[in-house]
Design a protein around this ligand. Structure first.
Ligand SMILES: [Zn+2]
Length: 421
């Protein structure tokens, strides 16, 4: 029988252990790594039909295998599709952007009218040669299966190799990281699985242009090749390819995690940084000039020392306090809106020249990246005008983001406080 005292000790021990377990489970959440997996094609778009195989089914099986390995390793996985449904190309990127994912990985199978075989990984860029262009063109042609594609993809001419030059601007910021992931994937394909190495290549894939994060498109092999087609259509092939991609993603994640830890500030340096950034579009010209000189310095200093995890990061702009309120409820709740133009691992100076002439720019650390925003207003109506302006300046994939008390909140939550919509 257990005495009263020892039961108290036991109880205390249980509480202690419980709080320990609780704390340790919170840690990975704070550093949550989010991967969006995109199985190419789906629904009424079967993809390529080499040797009678269905690209859409093979891509999905591989993606589900990648996802199950990643989930077992504490990665949060978001799928653009988990079953045989058709998803518009622009929606795939939108899903990744809304999730603020760390990586976007699209999985496909190739086809050719020769015996070509091998696996390759693409990042967005200029087609180095006609062959790369043809691969991108094939995958891009799915837009013709979407409703309203003429308007939605007005900027893209998928038949022109030159038209893609403009496409590279946004993903350029993530090119190093995308290539890094691509190399890890190719290493696994060639070293572990002895697949033929078609290397990391650049081409103008629309689906990669839509995302604000390191992004790759994997062509796992050629269904038109007899051996490779049958391998990719087999359970064994799909599991092996899925595991190889998943293990590359985990290697990439561990690399990012360790560099994030290196960049974390000591509490000592954090104390010395006291940025006070007023960001207000209604200010006088004189104040604007002063801000242009002072803000980047203060912000850069802060960012250099800022923690890379969003939860612990202070808001960069504490705004809306001094501006004339166009929406009483929004101002009372201290809601503001900005337009997110892009996210990047690089510190781009906040000058109009670097953002196609847009000004009123701000930047905030997010995970291992910086988010770049344009404008700052308590009015959702004005935010929509700012978004239109960003579109006109070429930031067609930008989107409205919301803040409450200077902290990023979901747009839907912010709109609850705003009468106008
Ligand atoms: Zn495809």
């Amino acid at each position: 029988m257990i005495g009263k005292q020892s039961s108290i000790v036991l109880l205390a021990t249980v509480f202690f252990l419980f709080s320990f377990i609780n704390n340790s489970t919170e840690l990975p959440q704070a550093r949550e790594f989010v991967v969006v997996l995109d199985a190419g094609h789906g629904g009424h778009d079967p993809g390529n039909l080499g040797n009678g195989y269905l690209e859409k089914n093979i891509a999905l099986s591989i993606v589900l295998e990648i996802g199950s390995v990643l989930e077992k390793n504490g990665v949060r996985v978001i799928y653009t599709r988990k079953d045989d449904t058709f998803v518009d190309l622009y929606k795939r990127g939108e899903i990744a952007n809304k999730a603020n994912a760390d990586l976007f990985v699209s999985v496909h199978c190739d086809s050719h009218n020769s015996d070509a075989y091998g696996a390759g990984t693409f990042v967005l860029g200029l087609h180095a040669n006609k062959q790369n262009f043809e691969v991108a063109k094939k995958e891009n042609s799915v837009i013709y299966l979407e409703d309203n594609y003429e308007n939605r993809y007005a900027d893209y001419d998928i038949n022109s190799a030159e038209s893609v030059i403009g496409l590279t601007i946004m993903q350029e910021e993530f090119l190093d990281q995308s290539i890094q992931l691509g190399k890890l994937i190719q290493d696994n394909f060639t070293q572990s699985l002895k697949r033929k190495d078609r290397k990391v290549k650049q081409a103008g894939f629309i689906v990669l242009h839509q995302t604000f994060m390191p992004s790759v498109l994997v062509e796992t092999g050629f269904l038109t090749n007899k051996n490779e087609g049958s391998y990719l259509n087999s359970k064994k092939g799909q599991q092996e390819m899925g595991k190889a991609i998943a293990s590359a993603i985990l290697k990439y994640k561990n690399g990012v995690d360790s560099s994030t830890i290196d960049l974390e500030p000591s509490t000592e340096t954090e104390k010395t940084v006291t940025p006070s950034i007023a960001d207000n579009s209604e200010k006088t010209e004189e104040v604007k000039k002063e801000r242009e000189v002072n803000m980047p310095k203060a912000e850069e200093k802060k960012l250099a020392n800022a923690p890379k995890i969003e939860k612990s990061a202070e808001p960069v702009a504490k705004s809306g306090d001094n501006s004339p309120s166009t929406t009483a409820t929004a101002a009372a709740a201290n809601i503001t809106f900005k337009i997110q133009l892009m996210a990047s691992s690089k510190q781009v100076p906040l000058k109009g020249d670097n953002f196609n002439g847009l000004n009123d720019l701000s930047r905030e650390p997010y995970k291992n990246l910086y988010r770049y925003m344009y404008g700052n207003t308590p009015s959702y109506f004005k935010a929509k005008l700012l978004k239109e302006n960003a579109d006109l300046k070429g930031y067609t994939t930008s989107y409205i983001v919301a803040y409450k008390d200077g902290q990023r909140v979901p747009l839907a939550e912010a709109l609850k406080y705003v009468g106008e919509q």
